[in-house]
Design a protein around this ligand. Sequence first.
Ligand code: ARG
Length: 455
Amino acid sequence: MWGGRFAEGPDAIMQAINASIGFDRRLYAQDIAGSRAHAAMLAAQGILTDSDAQSIREGLLTVLSEIEAGQFPFRVELEDIHLNVESRLTEIIGEAGKRLHTGRSRNDQVAVDFRLWVRDQCDAAISGLTALMRAFVAQAEAGADWVMPGFTHLQTAQPVTWGHHMMAYVEMLARDRSRFADARARMNECPLGAAALAGTSFPIDRHRTAAELGFDRPTANSLDSVADRDFALEFLSAAAICAMHLSRFAEELVIWSSAQFRFVRLSDRWTTGSSIMPQKKNPDAAELLRAKLGRILGANVALFTVMKGLPLTYSKDMQEDKEQVFDAADSLMLALAAMTGMVGDMTANREVLAAAAGAGFSTATDLADWLVRALGLPFREAHHVTGALVALAEAKGCDLDELSLSEMTSVHPGITQEVYSVLGVENSVRSRMSYGGTAPDRVREQVARWKTLLG
Ligand code: ARG
């Protein structure tokens, strides 16, 4: 492609380090779409003849079908997908193929190809997230009023509802969805036509190619166009936050499915057995989901490190962007699909959840609140009295509602029989009616809201 200036071919190791065709072949569809838009624009502007544009269009379709049929002769000496496609096109259609690269460079070509690819991945992430949100909403709807312990510090804090816990993930995933949508909107500008870095002297129409490729507009600065990989970094950042959310629920599943907790039963479809211990049912999918953030965040750090301090504009360093993003995107899509399957299949163990909900003095806050309401104690004092009652119950090895009234009044004389009504977990969750609270009615409102939003 540039033989004019060179007397010798590259060293074999140079070829190995330089070539990207081993991985950037994944961009073939985007590369061909970009070339088709470019050729059509060149013809519309009178830069190419209609007949050249016509044979380029047909030739590119042939190349596309060869690649999709697995019959394309990829050549490592042609470095990357861009040169492979162009060279094969020229083999097929002759002279006209050599005119395609007018007013364009591989620098803007790779920028547009990769943006198109990452844009598709944003769409895939959004639909994967939507499916997962639906699975969580279905769990929440089934168990809007099932009580379970809510935790802070992984210590029993207050009773909550299963539905409320499930809906917490819907909120997180909704933020993830909007991050991908934001990133998509911001990346939706077309760098094609920036050429190598400075623009071109040919009378190209960048608005036309931008529109044809579904972009909102062309990018405004040619230097920025070929130097920018923010779109990839934003995708990786949104992916990392999303994977962090998945890892948190994965961790909960690992804990909850243990013999010590038994909060949930994972289906056979999402677990594995042990080759030696016959009783085992291991939450492998959850564990792998917990780990995926490692890879995805790793990709993010890798690309930041590649981009850091690169002078404008394009440097070959930037070829190191693709494998990271490919791997992170593959990992994320697989993780979303696996989590959706697992959440859809898991069964909450309602009785165990209910028993655990009442353990660990989980209604102590309700007791303190009652002292404030019924006896007019300042909250700090009510907190102190309740603490003394918990200590008494702990010393006796019983729960709060198993203390007798005289034991209660020995700590505070004003306590009456009525106190026992607030010590039950059902009453406790029902009373948490503040907006966003765990009361089953509140949860049902959120379920209804999300069912409408998710369609
Ligand atoms: N394979 C290259 C990449 O992925 C394409 C752009 C190459 N441009 C260049 N001037 N060498 O970044």
